[in-house]
Design a protein around this ligand. Structure first.
Ligand code: DX5
Ligand code: ZN
Length: 219
């Protein structure tokens, strides 16, 4: 399974999103991560499909949409139209996970499940053959710039083992508190889709440098 970096747009300059994303893409970012927050499932509001759609026009990267919303199914066609390549939603947000995953696949997108730090891996175990991606949250979702929760490493390791035992080529994402100081440990634990917000975008004049530094670990 190939490793990829997906800078989180939440940490980019909202007044200059196109420019920041272009800089990251030219430096070697193959994907962007879009955090959609509704102020209900998480205590914060971010941005919606119109931002994704505006950025789609100028980017060839893989658009990874992370829905932190209640009633996620309602938004699948909306983000498809906006240009999402993959949608993942939270197992804590809705009851019929199998049905929801299939609804995303029927719209011709990749489908994934996101899991909060305190949620057990048993919630996704049966569904590993149904989805191509699991996103493990390594912070409590809602905000960028938080500290990586250390027990996420053990959880990553156990998820990679679960996938290998079943002979599945699962893409495993890790989201929250990832920087150049801990990237090696999350890759070693089995993550292959690396989401990084503030550590890529917080210093505007260093976006290129940061993407290149991450990619030296990832590639
Ligand atoms: C948190 C979001 C993350 C966030 C990561 O709710 O899901 O994607 O943008 O930001 P950093 O890398 O700053 O922790
Ligand atoms: Zn996210």
């Amino acid at each position: 399974m190939r490793n990829r970096l997906s800078p989180s747009v939440l940490a980019a300059d909202f007044g200059a999103l196109r420019e920041d994303l272009r800089t990251a893409e030219e430096a070697g970012a193959e994907s962007f991560h879009f955090d959609i927050m509704d102020g209900h499932f998480v205590p914060n509001i971010s941005y919606g499909a119109s931002i994704v759609s505006a950025l789609r026009k100028d980017s060839r990267a893989f658009f990874d949409v992370h829905l932190m919303v209640e009633n996620p199914d309602f938004y699948f066609p909306i983000f498809k139209k906006a240009g999402a390549d993959r949608i993942c939603f939270h197992v804590e947000a809705t009851p019929h996970l199998d049905r929801s995953l299939n609804a995303i696949k029927e719209l011709d997108m990749e489908a994934g499940l996101a899991v909060n730090p305190a949620t057990s891996l048993s919630t996704v175990e049966e569904l590993l053959p149904v989805c191509s991606y699991i996103l493990l949250m390594s912070v409590n979702p809602g905000f960028g710039g938080q500290k990586f929760i250390p027990y996420s490493l053990d959880k990553l390791r156990r998820l990679r083992e679960m996938a290998e035992e079943r002979d599945l080529e699962l893409e495993i994402g890790v989201d929250g508190g990832i920087g150049l100081e801990n990237i090696a440990s999350v890759l070693d634990a089995g993550a292959n889709f690396i989401i990084a917000g503030s550590s890529v975008f917080s210093e505007k004049d260093k976006i290129t440098e940061k993407v290149e530094a991450f990619n030296r670990f990832i590639k």
